[in-house]
Design a protein around this ligand. Structure first.
Ligand SMILES: Nc1ncnc2c1ncn2[C@@H]1O[C@H](COP(=O)(O)OP(=O)(O)O)[C@@H](O)[C@H]1O
Ligand SMILES: [Mg+2]
Length: 341
């Protein structure tokens, strides 16, 4: 019997983005597909340069020249945002039902405007509140994101806030219009570890109390556990593995995911040292024809010269690899041996 599948709030289908640069065409995204269900938190994880921010920018309609979406689709509740009609809809969604928190709050806050003025502006524009109503709501929002003495803080400028507090302000701005989906692009990367944990807890609380869907973008797999239900792992402009957080952490299928987990510190970790994945991702100017990870993969073979198709995993996820579930990094000695060959 077939069950009706609930419609994802966001679906990205085989998205390709290119940047026409002086040195040639950079293939920023090379077929990205994923979906986010209502109320779900999805982690988008990968090394720097893997295409995480470009994915977020594409969803937010922020790909500008020299970049462009060359193929694929982005759907909001089943409706394309890339058709002429969809683009109109997208413009009304963005900043309201669909909002984003960036990595560096200092570049997104106007240093000449008080925190209160930022909040009042957003609330008046999108929520059609009067000035006094917007001010009162701004105070509530600061309180909701854990800022004490919110009335006094409304009159202060961004430089009077610490990094963690500024990121809380950014979150307050992002949730001001009661979004259904929040994209947070490395929201805690610039913060120290304790503050990072507090901001992540705040996101988790908001997710629960507001029933938000969240796409959490990070290069740090360590912050994903406990916060995200599903994980999608990006490498060189594609998603190489996706699945529930539990299965991705416990039975990673792709050698890259296995390598990432092996190089991520964990609280319960007894290993003496962590081993990072040797080498660097391929250039997206001239990406390899086959599997993009093969030059760093300890179990690569000749068939990896052909691009592996995405396949379902027994645990309900998906992976793009010719030899999924093979333990790629059994131990350091073996890895070194393989690399030496
Ligand atoms: N404006 C741009 N011009 C040229 N290349 C870009 C531009 N923006 C992103 N790219 C390229 O797209 C790829 C993905 O970048 P990005 O999504 O920022 O990575 P990250 O995973 O670190 O967020 C990188 O190779 C990057 O160099
Ligand atoms: Mg980025």
């Amino acid at each position: 019997m077939a069950y009706a599948q609930p419609t994802p709030i966001l679906e990205v289908r085989d998205l390709h983005v290119e940047f026409d640069t002086m040195s040639g065409l950079v293939q920023g995204l090379r077929g990205v597909s994923f979906s986010v269900m209502p109320g779900e938190t999805l982690a988008l994880v990968g090394e720097s340069g893997s295409g995480k921010s470009v994915t977020a920018q594409a969803v937010m309609g922020l790909i500008g020249l020299p970049g462009s979406i060359v193929s694929g689709d982005i759907l909001w509740k089943g409706q394309s945002l890339l058709t002429p009609e969809g683009q109109k809809k997208a413009a009304s969604l963005r900043g309201k039902s669909l909002s984003m928190v960036f990595q560096d709050p200092m570049t997104s806050l106007n240093p000449l405007m008080t925190i209160g003025a930022h909040l009042v502006e957003v609330l008046r524009r999108h929520m059609k509140l009067s000035k006094p109503q917007a001010f009162a709501r701004g105070v509530e929002l600061l309180e909701a994101v854990g800022i004490t003495e919110p009335r006094r803080r409304m009159a202060q400028y961004p430089h009077e806030f610490s990094g963690g507090m500024r990121q809380r302000v950014m979150i307050a701005l992002a949730i001001a219009c009661e979004p259904e989906l929040l994209i947070a692009d490395e929201p805690t990367t610039a913060l120290d570890v304790t503050i990072q944990a507090q901001v992540l807890d705040l996101l988790a609380d908001l997710q629960k109390s507001m029933g938000l869907s969240i796409v959490l973008i990070t290069h740090d797999l360590g912050i994903v556990a406990g916060l995200c239900e599903r994980v999608a792992v990006m490498y060189a402009g594609s998603i190489v593995e996706a699945g529930s957080a539990a299965t991705v952490f416990e039975q990673a299928e792709h050698p890259y995911t296995q390598g990432l987990i092996r190089s991520t510190p964990r609280l319960d970790d007894r290993r003496d040292r962590l081993v990072s994945i040797e080498g660097a991702p391929p250039s997206l100017l001239h990406p390899p024809k086959g599997c993009a990870f093969q030059s760093r993969c300890p179990v690569a073979s000749r068939q990896c010269d052909t691009k592996p198709a995405r396949q379902e995993t027994p645990a309900g996820g998906s992976v793009s690899c010719w030899t999924p579930s093979l333990p790629a990094w059994a131990d350091v000695a073996k890895t070194t041996e393989v690399h030496a060959r």
